[in-house]
Design a binder for this molecule. Structure first.
Ligand SMILES: O=C(O)CCC(=O)C(=O)O
Ligand SMILES: [Fe+2]
Length: 207
C-alpha cells in the first residue's frame, strides 16, 4: 500500500462520526416533536458491507389478528450488555453522546439494526413507543447506510406527512415527543432499490 493511500484512508477514517457540532439542522415539528438531520456523517466507511455480511440477521415475525406474519425486513437488536459487532457503532454512539448528552439527560444505550434487502422490504407506520418513550420525551438516532430510502413522518391521528430522503451515511435523530405524537415509516419502493441497513441508537428502556 502506498504512503499516499494510507494517508487518505487515515483522513477518511478520522472524518467518520466526527463531532456533530453545528453540522446538525433541527426541524421543529408540532406537539413538542423535532427532527435533527446531518447528511453524510459516515460517508467513507465500508461499515455497510461489514454489517450485511457479519451480522446474524433474524427474520421478524409479528402477531396480526389471529395470524403471525413475516415483517418484510431482517433485524438484530443489541442491548447495552451485549458486544456490538462493529467498533464503528460504538464510535457513532460516543459522538452522539457528546452532542446530545446534556439535552437527552442520559446516554444512548442500545443499537437496533434493520436490513432492507430491496425496495419491497419496508416498515409500516409506527412510533418507537414501547417502554419509557410511551410517556416520556426521548431520542432515537438513525444512521442510514447503503441504498437511499425515504423515511416518512406524520402526526399521530392524521395530518400531512413529511418525507426525509436518507442516503448513505446520513444521520437523522427523532426527538422530543416524536415517538408518541408522531409516527414514522419506511415505505416500499417501486423503483429498483439496492439494500439498506439502518442503525438505530436508543436510550435504555426505549424500543
Ligand atoms: O429504517 C429505519 O431507518 C427506521 C427503522 C425504524 O423505524 C424502527 O426499526 O423502529
Ligand atoms: Fe421506528
Amino acid at each position: 500500500m502506498s504512503v499516499e493511500l494510507q494517508g487518505s484512508l487515515f483522513t477518511d477514517a478520522a472524518e467518520d462520526f466526527g463531532p456533530l457540532g453545528s453540522s446538525v439542522t433541527r426541524r421543529t415539528l408540532t406537539r413538542g416533536a423535532w427532527v435533527d438531520v446531518r447528511p453524510g456523517w459516515a460517508g467513507s466507511v465500508d461499515l455497510f458491507d461489514r454489517l450485511v455480511d457479519g451480522v446474524d440477521w433474524r427474520a421478524e415475525r409479528r402477531q396480526m389478528y389471529d395470524r403471525v406474519v413475516d415483517v418484510p425486513r431482517l433485524v438484530r437488536f443489541y442491548s447495552e450488555s451485549e458486544p456490538w459487532p462493529e467498533p464503528a457503532m460504538s464510535e457513532a454512539k460516543s459522538a452522539l453522546d457528546t452532542h446530545y448528552r446534556s439535552e437527552l439527560g442520559e446516554p444512548f444505550a442500545t443499537a437496533g439494526l434493520c436490513y432492507y434487502r430491496d425496495g419491497s422490504d419496508s416498515v409500516a407506520w409506527h412510533g418507537d413507543n414501547i417502554g419509557r418513550s410511551a410517556v416520556e420525551d426521548t431520542m432515537v438516532a438513525i444512521l442510514s447506510l447503503g441504498a437511499t430510502r425515504q423515511l416518512m413522518l406524520r402526526p399521530r391521528g392524521g395530518g400531512a406527512s413529511l418525507k426525509f430522503t436518507l442516503g448513505h451515511g446520513d444521520l437523522i435523530v427523532m426527538g422530543g415527543s416524536c415517538q408518541r405524537t408522531w409516527e414514522h415509516a419506511v415505505p416500499k419502493s417501486t423503483r429498483a432499490t439496492g439494500p439498506r441497513v439502518s442503525v438505530q441508537f436508543r436510550p435504555r428502556g426505549v424500543r
